[in-house]
Design a protein around this ligand. Structure first.
Ligand code: COA
Ligand code: NAD
Length: 717
């Protein structure tokens, strides 16, 4: 849908795109544009034309919801060509967003006027695609190749100011964009348009073109490991640089053809909608985003200024909240003041703003948090200490203060039981570094109120996090699923694998880091301390007892390494050695250690291939995911997938573990788990869970039907 009107008293025709919420280019909108452009060109009164979007949004691009359905309505490319070929000046009035096809539409116009708050970009690559309505051919003709390579291969959004600097827009206004564009349209009504048709311009090519493309290719291959869309974007830009426009367009179309039906595009588009689905959270009680209002939060507090507390403080301040930051140890308090100020200063510098240092007040006493609206506790992971802190907070804080814990694994109900108002207690599980990582697990306990969940979710959103509401269990969703994944790694080492082999398989799959490099980075001692608390670490155990705990197969490999002071990168030695502390290197000591360990326990090393590594590590993690769904800890597979993509480095172009399982086929996942369980009956986490079996028995329904099936099963219980 698009409306045509004549701006009274002027010679300007106005086309308004109408398709809430973001004026996506659905078949009806495209038809509307074709019709209204025709009308405007035939309107003798109209000497120039302005295109805008209703409700302050220009256009959010192609209608993603229609992808995968048969194409109907007029195609975009000829529609944009007709605008560019028009003999009356056409001006895009950009407010809100001009993204993807929206920006391509604007690039087909002869002039672009943007509001200062407008956001522009070609984000198709993030959906596994490329801008295929001329974006890859027109943008470099306007901005030059280096900027186009950056924008199109990352899909990043840019501000109007940056767009002006890059030559994408002609003018930026603080006032009404449509009024400004109309004025502009009047001023250019009689101008010659030849030079304004971007497709007719040459593509400015810097010297050393081959080197530029080689460097760009290397960069995307490193950054996006196995993703095909960024590579295709570069190939399309190569065509823009080396071929005439019409042939460049053919190449763009051909490349898009291979991307459009790819599994990666499906995965990334699924991920786009999954991110939005998790904002519509629900609790087993029936409380949900739709019927629970968040309470406004102004003043916050963070308790414990270690690794996490510092990042959380920075993230809160950057979102505009004042923070009372409490730390018990004096030295740590002083260090954290410096660290937090430094982070805020660097962040402000990047955004060209003054650092909001006065938004944080520091204290060594819990008494300082008496008047805050919400507290986030981030003291040591020690249940006794956390219980005490919750008792104190409950006594000190004003009535109604929400008490949130950043615990990784401690029972939220246990902490809630220390407060006089357990309904105001939830987990807010951030990920390190907390001011950078996007994921936030909002953990509801058995007594958490829907209002507390809504408030934590809303706060997370304001902090720029992707919040996922999850139930309370050991490790919540993310860490709980990580356990089988890590443990399979240990068992594979016992059976003959090396850290290099396991990591290579996982990195080839698309993880930025394999599990052993990740373990070295985050510290092998983290899991060791938790296992110690759980009574699993038995340094003196020898013989068969060394590899059994609480009646289950157990691998003490991580414990033995920690007992020798090998904590990973922080000690320069772990599963690898680190001369410069960052680059993981093969360590002959570890090889010998593994050989000695195997012979000590009568284990004979066998050849293990990448397929086995992937199947055992990933399918055991996925199996735990099904168990989590079965128990109702996560409301749906999208929740798990968002957690894994945003918090655990699961490759985005593979959608997330549950989406991956649906792509591999549930029957295959079940068969392979059954196979490994048969071969290694004593290895935990390989026995397929009931939900996976039930889904396979009911014909492996597509992922979007799982939620309904699980709900039905729960209602029968
Ligand atoms: N096609 C279809 N639906 C779209 C859409 C598009 N291009 N862009 C957004 N939507 C829908 C969302 O799915 C959401 O629907 P819901 O309310 O049913 O969940 C709604 O519009 C609002 O989007 P949301 O992302 O929640 O709003 P926002 O204000 O936070 O962000 C955008 C707005 C435009 C920045 C964001 O939606 C976006 O990035 N869209 C995709 C842009 C894009 O990639 N275009 C190129 C397509 S090839
Ligand atoms: P940390 O050891 O770096 O910091 C904890 C801080 O709390 C220390 O500075 C300590 O002095 C302070 N503290 C202890 N008792 C206090 C008290 N009574 N009052 C005020 N301050 C007190 O720990 P961390 O890594 O930041 O972890 C904090 C919490 O976040 C833990 O529950 C942990 O499980 C969780 N977490 C950690 C990570 C991570 O990667 N580090 C990720 C997610 C969650």
């Amino acid at each position: 849908m698009a409306k045509y009107s004549h701006i009274s008293g002027t010679t300007v025709g106005l086309i308004t795109l109408q398709n809430p919420p973001v004026n996506a280019l659905s078949a009806a909108v495209r038809q509307g544009i074709v019709d209204t452009v025709k009308r405007a060109l035939g309107d003798a009164e109209a000497k120039s034309i302005v295109i805008c979007g209703q409700n302050g949004i220009f256009c959010g691009g192609a209608d993603i919801k229609a992808f995968g359905t048969p194409m109907s309505g007029p195609p975009l490319v000829p529609m944009i060509h007709a605008i560019e070929a028009a003999d009356k000046p056409v001006i895009a009035a950009i407010e809100g967003f001009a993204l993807g096809g929206g920006l391509e539409l604007a690039l087909g116009c002869h002039y672009r006027i943007a509001h200062s708050k407008a956001i522009l970009g070609l984000p198709e690559v993030t959906l596994g695609l490329l801008p295929a309505a001329g974006g890859t051919q027109r943008l470099p003709r306007l901005t030059g190749l280096p900027a186009a390579l950056d924008l199109i291969t990352t899909g990043r959004h840019i501000s109007a100011a940056e767009a002006l600097k890059l030559g994408i827009v002609d003018e930026v206004t603080e006032r009404s964009t449509v009024d400004t564009a109309v004025k502009f349209a009047l001023s250019v009504a009689e101008h010659m348009l030849d030079a304004r048709r971007v497709s007719t311009r040459p593509c400015p090519c810097p010297p050393h073109l081959d080197a530029l493309f080689e460097e760009a290719m290397l960069k995307v291959r490193q950054r996006t490991r196995g993703a095909i869309a960024p590579v295709a974007c570069i190939q399309a830009l190569q065509a823009a640089a080396t071929l005439p426009y019409a042939r460049g367009m053919e190449r763009e179309k051909e490349l898009m053809g291979t991307l459009f039906t790819s599994g990666q595009a499906r995965a990334l588009q699924y991920s786009f909608f999954a991110q939005r689905a998790v904002t519509k959270w629900s609790m087993p009680s029936g409380a949900c985003w739709d019927n629970s209002r968040p309470r406004p939060i102004h003043k916050t507090a963070v308790i414990g200024l270690g690794t996490m507390g510092r990042g959380i403080t920075v993230s809160l301040v950057q979102a505009g909240f004042s923070v009372v930051a409490v730390e018990a140890q004096e030295k740590q308090l002083n260090d954290s003041k410096r660290a937090i100020s430094g982070m805020l200063q660097r962040g402000a510098q990047r955004r060209g703003l003054a650092p909001p240092l006065d938004m944080v007040t520091y204290s060594s006493s819990l008494q300082a948090v008496a008047d805050v609206d919400l507290v986030i506790e981030a003291v040591f992971e020690d249940a006794v200490l956390k219980k005490k802190v919750f008792q104190q907070l409950s006594a000190v804080c004003k009535p109604g203060t929400f008490l949130c814990t950043n615990t990784s694994a401690i029972d939220v109900d246990l902490l809630a039981s220390q407060s006089r108002h357990p309904e105001l207690v939830v987990g807010m599980h951030f990920f390190a570094p907390a001011h950078v990582m996007k994921l936030l697990e909002v953990v509801y306990g058995s007594r958490s109120s829907p209002e507390a969940v809504a408030t934590a979710m809303n706060l997370g959103k304001k902090m720029g996090k992707v919040g996922v509401a999850v139930g309370n269990c050991r490790g919540f969703v993310g860490n709980r699923m990580l356990k089988p994944y890590m443990e399979q790694g240990f068992f594979l080492l016992e059976e003959g694998a090396t850290p290099e082999l396991v990591d290579a398989a996982l990195e080839e799959f698309g993880f930025a880091m394999g599990l052993f490099r990740m373990s070295d980075l985050s510290g092998i001692d983290v899991g060791w301390r938790i296992r110690k608390e759980d009574g699993l670490v038995e340094p003196g155990a020898t013989g068969p007892a060394a590899r059994v705990r609480q009646g289950r197969r157990y691998s003490p490999l991580g414990d033995v390494l920690c007992a020798q002071g090998r904590f990973g990168q922080k000690t320069g030695r772990g599963w690898y050695s680190y001369d410069n502390r960052h680059e993981a290197r093969f360590d002959p000591w570890l090889q010998q250690f593994l050989e000695d360990y195997r012979s000590q326990h009568g284990l004979v090393a066998r050849r293990i291939d990448h397929q086995e590594v992937l199947e055992r590590c990933l399918y055991s993690l996925i199996n735990e995911g099904f168990l989590i769904l079965e128990e109702g800890i996560a409301a749906g597979p999208e929740d798990i997938d968002v957690i894994y993509v945003f918090g655990y480095g699961w490759p985005k172009h593979r959608g997330g573990p549950m989406f991956y399982a649906s792509m591999v086929g549930l029957t295959k996942v079940l068969e392979r788990l059954e196979h490994y369980h048969q071969v290694h009956p004593d290895v935990p986490y390989l026995q397929p869970c009931g939900l996976l079996r039930r889904l396979v028995a009911s014909g492996s329904p597509p992922l979007h039907k799982w939620r309904g099936i699980i709900k039905k099963a729960h209602s029968h219980l």
